[in-house]
Ligand binder design. Structure first.
Ligand code: ATP
Ligand code: MG
Length: 281
């Protein structure tokens, strides 16, 4: 679990993160969404420690990361995997060498043990046998999977993905999302994902933090987002008329299910939408 408490970050006199708090649980995909420039990457970098926040705390499993000395921070960093925007593979290294890189940096394993682990994670991302290929020989989706394999090679407790779907077609994006979700659940990882992708929000958003101009404007689950009356959030997520209609349809569907569960009040913002029919007696 990661707890973010009252994080603030400015560059010069420009405040980029206002006062953001969040709880990101293990075994789930925690999404940071918001328009370009809203502060997603800066917030993620504050959480990982690539930026020092001006105020606030980041707790990893209850331990205050912001108060740690550099040796203690290094210990936490060993448990963090990162999937960078654009994959950030080393072009001059093969797939195998790319994935082996963190193992060589952080372990004293034998070459045989490292190779076994490389093959294990390559199989996990459904890319068996591409060991000797160079990044330039791979498609965008394959590169993301190699980058994901590298991010999980040290068995991280925390996985950070900055725009994992950028530059991918919708279907490949779904494959990557599902893979990240499966890995998150399988290894009980606390996964934090920056995304613009509406499909990701609906498919894997266990927890969603919506950033607007450096503030936390809304938080909730992918089911709650359907019922949210937050205008800025709705304009951002359901930008087109088509998506607005899809949201209305989904609300009707969900309201049927939910009214049967008698959980509707919990999910809806105040002022329930009039679209929802009364529950059947
Ligand atoms: N190193 C920096 N120095 C100064 N300003 C910065 C720095 N990094 C980010 N910013 C500013 O902080 C704001 C938020 O940037 P950030 O990269 O977090 O946005 P984002 O939500 O990730 O956007 P995108 O969706 O385009 O990736 C922007 O106004 C940006 O110009
Ligand atoms: Mg960004």
């Amino acid at each position: 679990m990661i707890e973010v408490k009252n994080i603030k970050k400015s560059f010069g006199d420009k405040t980029v993160i206002q006062d953001v708090s969040a709880v990101m649980k293990s075994g789930q995909c925690n999404l940071i969404i918001g328009s370009s420039g809203s502060g997603k990457t800066v917030l993620m970098k504050c959480i990982v420690g690539l930026f020092e926040p001006d105020a606030g705390q980041v707790l990893y499993h209850g331990q205050d990361f912001t108060a740690m000395n550099s040796d203690e921070k290094t210990e936490v960093r060993k448990e963090i995997g990162m999937l960078f925007q654009g994959s950030a593979l080393f072009d001059s290294l093969t797939v195998e060498q790319n994935i082996m890189f963190p193992l060589s940096m952080f372990t004293k394993w034998t070459t045989k043990k490292k190779l076994d682990r490389v093959n294990e994670v390559l199989t996990r991302v459904n890319l068996t046998g591409v060991n000797k290929k160079f990044p330039a020989e791979l498609s965008g989706g394959m590169k993301k999977r190699v980058a994901l394999a590298r991010a999980i090679v040290l068995n991280p407790k925390y996985l950070f993905c900055d725009e994992p779907n950028s530059g991918l077609d919708p279907q490949t994006s779904l494959v990557i999302d599902k893979l990240i979700q499966e890995i998150t659940i399988e290894y009980n990882i606390t996964t934090v994902i920056n995304t613009h992708d509406m499909n990701s929000v609906m498919e894997i958003g266990n927890y969603i933090l919506y950033m607007y101009q450096g503030n936390k404007e809304w938080e909730g689950t992918n089911r709650e987002i359907i019922f949210s009356k937050n205008e800025r959030l709705n304009e951002f997520i359901f930008a087109s008329q088509f998506l607005q209609d899809a949201k209305d349809m989904r609300m009707l569907e969900e309201s049927g299910k939910i009214s049967n569960d008698r959980n509707m009040d919990e999910l809806m913002d105040k002022d329930a939408p009039s679209l929802i029919p009364p529950p059947d007696e």
